[in-house]
Structures are given as C-alpha cells and as structure tokens.
Ligand binder design. Structure first.
Ligand code: DQA
Length: 159
C-alpha cells in the first residue's frame, strides 16, 4: 500500500528556517526517516513539496487511484485554503494532518485549521518527530483497511 506525503510552502527551508520553532532537521532528513520506516513495514512512500496552492491541489487529486493514504503538512495554507480542504474532501482518502509546531500555542491566526474537519486526525507540536507519529498512525489505519479487505476477499471465495 502506498502513502503520499505532501509538504506545503516554506517547508523546503526546514533546517535553516526559524530553528527555534521548527528544529534543525532538513526536509530530506525527515523524509529519509519516513522512507526507512515505510520500507521496514512494507509500505510504498512518495514525497511532494510545493510552495504553490494549485500544485498541492493537483497532487491531492492525483492521489485518487494512486495512493492509499496521505500525510499532509499544508503549512501556512492550513489556515486559509478552502481549495486544499475541498480537494481532500473530494478524494476522501485517509489523511493525517501534521504540524511541526503546536499551532494552538502560537498566534491566533494559526489556531484555526481549514482542513482539520476533513482529516482522520491531526498531530501537532512534536517537532520533526511529528512526522514519525503520523507514520505510525497512517500504518495503523492502512493495516486495518488491508485486513478488512482480506476478510472480504476470503468471504467471496466459494468453499
Ligand atoms: C506549520 C505551522 C504553520 O502555521 C506554518 O505556517 C508553517 C508550518 C508547522 O508545521 O508547524 O509553515 O504547519
């Protein structure tokens, strides 16, 4: 099964950007850790980063039929983008929303997420480790889906 990781604007600057808030790990280092966890557990994984809202919407749409679950940090678009929310809602794949910082202890404008109500769950505030927690959550969801599918397939086999 395949997990798609979508990273929003300015996350390509992790490691240099406001290290006191986002930590010192580069995006590629975070992705390498996720890649390792995915391969250890038998999952395919794909990564995408864009600073453009429309490209993120296109990527979400492409996940339909291509991916089984999405881990997304929409970054600043979290707080503004009805287009990203609508795209997630349209494809209706299991999705986990990730934030490196705890958005609820920051400025008021960051305390609202446009996408929280269309995702399976949100993880916020554990630094770069937040992505690892999202991997654990996503693998749990996909394993449950897989065992349900296996059960249904078993029931269809005539004895
Ligand atoms: C962020 C939080 C957002 O408010 C911010 O715009 C980001 C990163 C986080 O991961 O903590 O760019 O999504």
């Amino acid at each position: 099964m395949k997990i798609t990781v979508i990273q929003g604007p300015n996350l390509n600057m992790l490691g240099t950007r406001e290290k006191n808030i986002y930590g010192g790990m580069k995006l590629e280092q975070i992705h390498q850790q996720m890649r390792d966890v995915a391969s250890q557990n038998g999952f395919e994984i794909d990564f995408f980063q864009s600073n453009l809202e429309g490209e993120i919407v296109d990527k979400i749409q492409e996940c339909l039929g291509d991916s089984d679950g999405i881990i997304i940090n929409p970054a600043a678009y979290t707080h503004t983008s009805i287009a990203i929310r609508d795209a997630l809602s349209a494809i209706n794949l299991p999705t986990i929303e990730v934030h490196i910082s705890n958005i609820y202890r920051r400025e008021e404008f960051r305390q609202k997420s446009m996408i929280a109500s269309v995702v399976a769950g949100q993880i916020s505030g554990f630094g770069p480790f937040t992505y690892h927690l999202a991997m654990v959550g996503m693998m749990q969801i996909l394993n449950e889906i897989k065992s349900l599918r296996d059960q249904q397939a078993q029931q269809k086999i005539p004895h």
